[in-house]
Every structure is written in structure tokens, then in C-alpha cells.
Design a protein around this ligand. Structure first.
Ligand code: 5RP
Length: 232
């Protein structure tokens, strides 16, 4: 059900891609649907160049035949299509569940239009039930985590737990494509996303955070049948 909704959102996003465009390629399971669908269109003759937001997306795009361009070779990106962990009615997002938030934000900010594709479960009234990913340098990460916790408290978040993201049986820290760690900030409810974003950016050791504010222009909510397109 949810995967079909993701597929329907990805399908609807294809209408934003025109011949000759440079396209930001997001990361995650919804974006993966989009990349596969785009590969089909390329085989039918569509000419695009993709800018991947992670090594995982780069690998997938290569497998399905989407031509790629290095971000250093482009001055602008026509459209960026990416998933989200949460979207609120003001099109503010939490992203980074897949750990790709740094590249995702660089690509989104360089794009003329960011199109968010998500299933209905991602649409929320208040951001924060999904833990906010914060990418930090490995050096001093525990101290940085304390400052992140302070920022959650100072900006009125309901929760203040900050947990180093790990994976595997041995609980090794997850390393991002940029070589950093991810702290997951369990804010539970983020009362003031703008203030929290500013506070996080001021912390030495924070490389980027998963609050995407003022970036999304279009949100496509996939459903079991079809998709709803919302424009800002
Ligand atoms: C990766 C992301 C993803 O877009 C987000 O986690 C949503 O993933 P999915 O489409 O698998 O639900 O931000 O860093």
C-alpha cells in the first residue's frame, strides 16, 4: 500500500521533467522509484542529465541508464525530485532518514524547483515525530550532541534526546557519503523550526541538519490510487 503510494507520487513527478533538463535525483525508496521511472523515459528518448544526491542514487541511476553530470559541472539544476520523512502544511520538511541530507540540501538549494514526493504518512501538522537527522563531524561528536540537545531545549521542543545513528549487529556508527556521523535528535514536536534551524547552524561541528525550510515548491502526496499535487 505505502510502496504503491510512493510509486504513484514518483510517477506524478515525471510531468515536471522536460527534455534537456538537469534533474536532481533524491535519495530513499520513493526517489528510487522516480529514478527507475526516469530510466524508462530515457530509454524512450527523453534527454536529461541527473545530479545524484548520494552514492546509492548514483549507482541506481547508472544501473537504469540515467545519464549523470557532476554537480561541479552545472550552474543550475532545473528540477530536483526528492523524498521526505515529514512535510508540514507550510512545505517545511524533515529529511535525512537515509543519511543523505547534506547533498540533498545542496542540490535542493541549487534547483529552480524542488518537487517533494511522499506517501500520505509523511504529511504532518507539526514536524518532529520523526527524529531530526543532524550531520556532524566525527571529531567532538559527543560534545556537539550536547549542544544539539541544548538547542532543542532552548527552542521549545518537546523532546531532547540525541542519539548517534548506528547500524549492523556491532552497532557501528553510520558514516555519511561526506565521511561524517549522524545524530538523530528526538525533538518529538518542533515548535519553532526556523529558530531550531538557526540554532543548529551556529553549533561548531554541525555540518548540516535535516530541516529543509523554504526549499520545496511542489509536494506530491502519493495515494493507493493516484496522487495529490500541492503547489506553494
Ligand atoms: C534520505 C531522505 C529520504 O528522502 C527520506 O528518508 C524519505 O525516504 P523514503 O522515500 O524511503 O521514505 O531524506 O536522506
Amino acid at each position: 500500500m505505502s510502496d504503491l503510494a510512493k510509486l504513484n507520487a514518483a510517477q506524478a513527478a515525471l510531468t515536471y521533467v522536460k527534455d534537456g533538463m538537469v534533474v536532481g535525483l533524491g535519495t530513499g525508496s520513493t526517489s528510487a522509484h522516480f529514478v527507475r521511472l526516469l530510466g524508462e523515459r530515457v530509454r524512450q528518448g527523453l534527454r536529461v542529465k541527473g545530479v545524484p544526491t548520494s552514492e546509492a542514487t548514483r549507482n541506481l541511476a547508472e544501473q537504469v541508464g540515467v545519464p549523470l553530470v557532476e554537480i561541479s559541472q552545472v550552474t543550475t539544476i532545473d528540477v530536483d525530485v526528492d523524498g521526505a520523512d515529514e512535510v508540514d502544511p507550510r512545505f517545511r520538511l524533515i529529511k535525512g532518514g537515509g543519511g543523505a541530507l547534506l547533498r540533498e540540501k545542496i542540490v535542493a538549494a541549487a534547483s529552480t524547483r524542488m518537487v517533494v514526493i511522499a506517501d500520505e504518512s509523511k504529511w504532518v501538522d507539526v514536524l518532529g515525530a520523526f527524529p531530526l537527522p543532524v550531520e556532524v563531524t566525527r571529531y567532538g561528536f559527543a560534545l556537539t550532541g550536547q549542544r544539539v540537545r541544548d538547542a532543542l531545549i532552548e527552542t521549545g521542543c518537546v523532546g531532547d534526546e540525541v542519539i548517534l545513528r548506528t547500524s549492523g549487529k556491532s552497532n557501528e556508527p553510520v558514516i555519511t557519503d561526506g565521511g561524517n556521523y549522524i545524530l538523530d535528535a528526538h525533538a518529538k514536536a518542533i515548535a519553532k523550526p526556523g529558530e531550531l534551524a538557526d540554532a543548529l547552524k551556529r553549533i561548531p561541528g554541525v555540518v548540516e541538519h535535516g530541516l529543509f525550510l523554504g526549499l520545496a515548491r511542489t509536494v506530491i502526496i502519493g495515494k493507493a490510487v493516484g496522487a495529490e499535487i500541492k503547489e506553494s
